[in-house]
Write a protein that binds this ligand. Structure first.
Ligand SMILES: Nc1nc2c(ncn2[C@@H]2O[C@H](COP(=O)(O)OP(=O)(O)OP(=O)(O)O)[C@@H](O)[C@H]2O)c(=O)[nH]1
Ligand SMILES: Nc1nc2c(ncn2[C@@H]2O[C@H](COP(=O)(O)OP(=O)(O)OP(=O)(O)O)[C@@H](O)[C@H]2O)c(=O)[nH]1
Ligand SMILES: [Mg+2]
Ligand SMILES: [Mg+2]
Lengths: 277, 291
């Protein structure tokens, strides 16, 4: 919006378009621009970067509507990674394992995708590179059984953290969602004394369908946080603002590349600034 | 759906017989909203709505008692017009013909390679799958298993071979061994990764594919114009395959991609199994986008 320093309709419209372009969605974008319009007088004749800052503040407020739990809670932890196909769950499982390992945790990986071609091999390769144990079974095994084994092994080997990878599944497949709910029940029964969290992995390139994904997944397995992958691309992942607003689910981590180190903790203000651009 | 929303608008604002400029503006806003909610890129929406406006004003549609219905028909026709022809068979000329796949990370290339190979085998061809993703953990193994599942042999890289070396070797070996189609799977890549975009451009030069297909995820949002636009600009694409249409995303990315990549959508992925590939149907896609 160049160097225009006053809030005419055209400036407000291009502000809204900028937010829509970042995948915040029409409703959230309109709401944000309305909140800026109300304060229009404050910015008349001022410089545009102040307006951008103000907008970033308002985006951050929406994100903080979903309070962030600690990235590394104290005590023993089980993390369940869920999400639709191809978003980055397996790679994120490896990155999360590496991240916790760097923080001194003893990590165990569970190869809970027993369905897709070479899913277990993929996780095994990562585990090997990171020198982390992985619990697996033959292809076609019941994923709940793998998870059960992994939790038993985790307890026996004094692991601090068990990270469970699962098969990609579309949220409109009832049978697959039921399978996931069963995996979660196994975790709750078997890891009774452990802290537990379910992270929904979302692809930053995904549009408004991410809201539908978050809604459905949390309905079946109560999602505690989002791991937003592929933020190193050009997509900004603004749909997470709408998700924070509507479902109060916070983003906890960002995937910023394909390597084991490419995982960072979510910083709402920083993210908001990147969205507003 | 959209028709009900437009009925509401026209009922409220139609006045005595003629649809006012105000009603038309309100209707166009509803159309814009519907398309943005469906993830069509906002610039594509802008020019689309402008065209719908032209057509609505230019006709006597707005005077009609069924104005809402007629405007929806204009919108649908315009959508189908942009989405293009129904997909058809793969173009296979060359000995062997090469079908090269490309796309962003996780879009469904490896799975789609298996689907295409199965389709080719069932149509009487001798396909060969080539595992040219040397980057992703267990990518070659994944394609080997996919190939085994559809009864199509898979050629993988030798130790130390680059994707381009492999391409050179494949063209020769495929011919020698009597394969008449080669389906080339490649690593997922970002359109902003210059080195990897160069790599696949070089690969395409060496293989001279008769089909160079961009495999894209149907749930992609506003970014679809950036990625598809870059791939279309930098590479000699011949078509697009849209995957994961068995989900519930509205699929507005189809319109964005078709608008910027300027190549037709040929097939759609509708599941994880080797049979889950359908020929692209623009009418069905238009209805889906409109919700
Ligand atoms: N650029 C980039 N690529 C990523 C990121 N995270 C994952 N990927 C890539 O995305 C692709 C898919 O990743 P996976 O980890 O296999 O995704 P998944 O969700 O486990 O896939 P399914 O198990 O098949 O559902 C791979 O090529 C990864 O390297 C990221 O943060 N940035
Ligand atoms: N439901 C559904 N899943 C699909 C479809 N196409 C692919 N998948 C799934 O999407 C995930 C990613 O597919 P891949 O074939 O590994 O994707 P890719 O593009 O090769 O990934 P990279 O090589 O890492 O870039 C897998 O879980 C596939 O089973 C589809 O049409 N529908
Ligand atoms: Mg996986
Ligand atoms: Mg692949």
């Amino acid at each position: 919006i160049a160097d225009r320093a006053f809030l005419d309709e055209e400036t407000l419209e291009s502000l809204e378009e900028g937010l829509i372009a970042a995948d915040l969605g029409v409703e959230t974008s309109q709401e944000l621009v309305e909140s800026v319009r109300k304060e229009a007088k404050r910015f008349e004749g001022g410089d545009l970067s102040r307006l951008r800052d103000h907008l970033a503040d308002r985006v951050a407020v929406l994100l903080l509507d979903a309070p962030q739990p600690p990235a590394r809670p104290a005590g023993r932890l089980v993390t369940l990674l869920v999400g639709v196909n191809g978003v980055g769950k397996t790679t994120s499982a490896a990155k999360l394992a590496a991240w916790h390992q760097r923080h001194g945790d003893r990590v165990l990986l569970a190869a809970g995708d027993t369905f897709r071609a070479a899913a277990t091999e993929q996780l095994e390769l990562w585990a090997d590179r990171l020198d982390i144990d992985v619990v697996k079974q033959k292809a076609g095994a019941d994923p709940a059984a793998v998870v059960y084994d992994a939790l038993q092994a985790g307890a026996a080997r004094s692991a601090d953290h068990v990270i469970v990878d699962t098969a990609g599944r579309l949220h409109n497949r009832q049978g697959l969602m039921a399978e996931l709910a069963k995996i979660k029940r196994v975790i709750e029964r078997t890891a009774a004394g452990w802290k537990k969290r379910t992270l929904l992995v979302l692809d930053a390139t995904t549009g408004q369908n991410a809201i539908s994904q978050a809604r459905e997944f949390t309905r079946h397995v109560a999602v505690d946080g989002i791991l937003l992958a592929k933020v190193d691309g050009t997509a900004k992942g603004g749909v997470t603002v709408a998700i924070a607003r509507e479902l109060r689910i916070p983003v906890m981590f960002l995937g910023v590349g394909e390597g084991a180190e490419d995982l960072v903790e979510f910083r709402p203000r920083e993210f908001a600034e990147a969205l507003v651009g | 759906g959209l028709q009900d929303r437009l009925q509401g608008v026209f009922k409220r604002l139609k006045g005595e017989g003629r649809v006012s400029e105000e009603a038309l503006q309100a209707a166009l806003r509803e159309i814009r909203l519907a398309l943005l909610e469906a993830d069509v890129n906002f610039r594509v929406v802008k020019s689309f709505v402008a065209r719908v406006r032209e057509r609505s004003i230019g006709s006597d549609v707005l005077e009609s008692l069924t104005a809402a219905q007629q405007v929806v028909k204009i919108v649908k026709d315009e959508l189908v017009g942009i989405l293009g022809e129904p997909g058809g068979d793969l173009r296979l000329t060359g000995h062997p013909s090469v079908v090269l796949l490309c796309g962003l990370q996780g879009s469904g290339k490896t799975t789609t390679a298996g689907k295409l190979a199965k389709k080719l085998r069932e149509s009487g061809r001798q396909p060969l799958l080539v595992a040219a993703d040397l980057q992703r953990a267990a990518a070659v193994e994944q394609l080997r298993q996919v190939g085994a599942g559809v009864g199509v042999p898979v050629l993988g890289p030798d130790d130390g071979e680059t994707a381009v070396d492999l391409a050179t070797r494949v063209s020769r070996e495929a011919r020698e061994r009597g394969y008449d189609v080669v389906v080339f799977d490649t690593a997922g890549r970002l359109h902003i990764d210059e080195a990897l975009m160069d790599e696949i451009a070089v690969l395409a030069k060496s293989l001279d594919p008769t089909e160079f297909l961009f495999v894209a995820d149907a749930m992609t949002g506003q970014d679809a114009v950036k990625s598809a636009g870059a791939f279309g600009k930098l590479l000699p694409l011949t078509g697009v395959i849209l995957t994961k249409l068995d989900g519930d995303s509205r699929g507005g990315a189809a319109l964005s991609i078709r608008s910027v990549a300027e190549v037709p959508i040929r097939f759609v992925g509708v599941g994880e199994k080797p049979d889950d590939l359908e020929v692209f149907d623009p009418e069905r896609m238009a209805s889906r986008i409109l919700g």
